[in-house]
Design a protein around this ligand. Structure first.
Ligand code: T6T
Length: 324
């Protein structure tokens, strides 16, 4: 009887040790749910994938969305959560408000959420609210970037004249902040008039048509701000087609190879480069620290942005800011 109890105790001990080791060895699994495909989002994905590999984290990646909007993003997020094996879900909310409830539900089911590039609500997760649950917001300080774009464009047009903004959506935090920042930036110049802000829903053709129409309605426009890649492409193409290259200054956002080439050719006058690779890397790094070291994650991290101008675009030290 004694030996039976002894064997039972040894058995329990071995089971506990094996189960414990198994639990410790369980790899973390992160999910990356990008929005639409573009070089910026590809760079975030690259930063995420590289860091996951470095830290030995499993990664599940969903397909790019066809367009911005809760109706398209929510089912993808829900399906990802339903897998049952995700510890941290990293995504860029496709709308400030309508993604709050669906992401909160996912969080309440036991999955941590971290937002990159775009945020929920007003992006301040440090105060108590129904959208303060994400671990962090990691993305550009878009308002500050917008302010600086506004000032630089104002200087390029000699502090006076009409300007136009081509942007994507009225409910996506990144571009909303850029427009607001831009307005603030030009507000120091009483002789500058903002003649319009048009929403192209991240469609380059639409951005081009809207800019062309604005140029027709206001032939004396002297500056255009394209708040993201597709807006900027459409905007500068419209200016090129109208034969106004040089006469209308173009401030653009996102340092893709084509926009950098357009800057070199004088079709674009300013390019703001974000740091998407760093966003991806930081998201994984902080997620990892949260799970393995119980670290307190900063509620907001703003990787720096950089301005390409025709003066620095060919310098060797500028090249690393181009999205690859
Ligand atoms: O400008 C980026 C991103 O920051 C924004 O939220 C949406 O557009 C881009 O992905 C560029 O196309």
């Amino acid at each position: 009887k004694k030996s039976f109890i002894f064997i039972l105790l040894v058995g329990i001990l071995v089971f506990t040790l094996v189960a414990g080791a198994g639990a410790q060895e369980k790899k973390l699994k992160f999910a990356w749910c990008p929005t639409i495909e573009d070089p910026f989002y590809r760079m975030i994905g690259k930063g995420i994938a590289d860091k996951c590999e470095e830290l030995g984290i499993d990664l599940f990646v969903t397909e790019y969305l066809k367009s911005w909007g809760a109706e398209i993003q929510v089912p993808v997020l829900e399906a990802t959560a339903a897998r049952g094996d995700i510890d941290l879900l990293i995504t860029g909310p496709a709308a400030q408000d309508s993604l709050i409830a669906p992401l909160k539900k996912i969080y309440d089911s036991g999955i941590e959420v971290l937002t990159v590039d775009t945020y929920l609500g007003d992006g301040d997760y440090s105060k108590e609210s129904d959208y303060s649950f994400p671990l962090s917001f990691i993305g550009t300080d878009n308002f500050q970037g917008g302010v600086e774009v506004g000032k630089r464009l104002a200087d390029m047009i000699g502090g006076k004249g009409k300007v136009f903004v081509s942007t994507t959506n009225p409910d996506v935090s990144s571009v909303v902040e850029r427009v607001e920042g831009f307005k603030k930036g030009i507000s120091d110049y009483p002789d500058i008039e903002l003649v319009g802000v048009e929403y192209n829903l991240d469609n380059q053709e639409k951005a081009q048509q809207q800019t062309a129409a604005a140029l027709q309605a206001n032939p004396d426009i002297v500056g255009v701000f394209g708040t993201n890649l597709f807006s900027a492409r459409g905007a500068y193409q419209a200016v090129v087609n109208a034969g106004l290259t040089g006469a209308v200054k173009i401030a653009s956002w996102d340092a893709t190879v084509d926009l950098i080439n357009a800057l070199k050719e004088g079709q674009v006058d300013l390019v703001l480069a974000q740091n998407p690779y760093a966003m991806g890397q930081l998201a994984v790094e902080w997620g990892y620290k949260f799970f393995t070291e119980d670290a307190e994650v900063p509620k907001k991290l703003n990787p720096e942005f950089f301005f390409f101008t025709k003066e620095n675009v060919n310098l060797p030290e500028s090249q690393r800011y181009i999205y690859q």
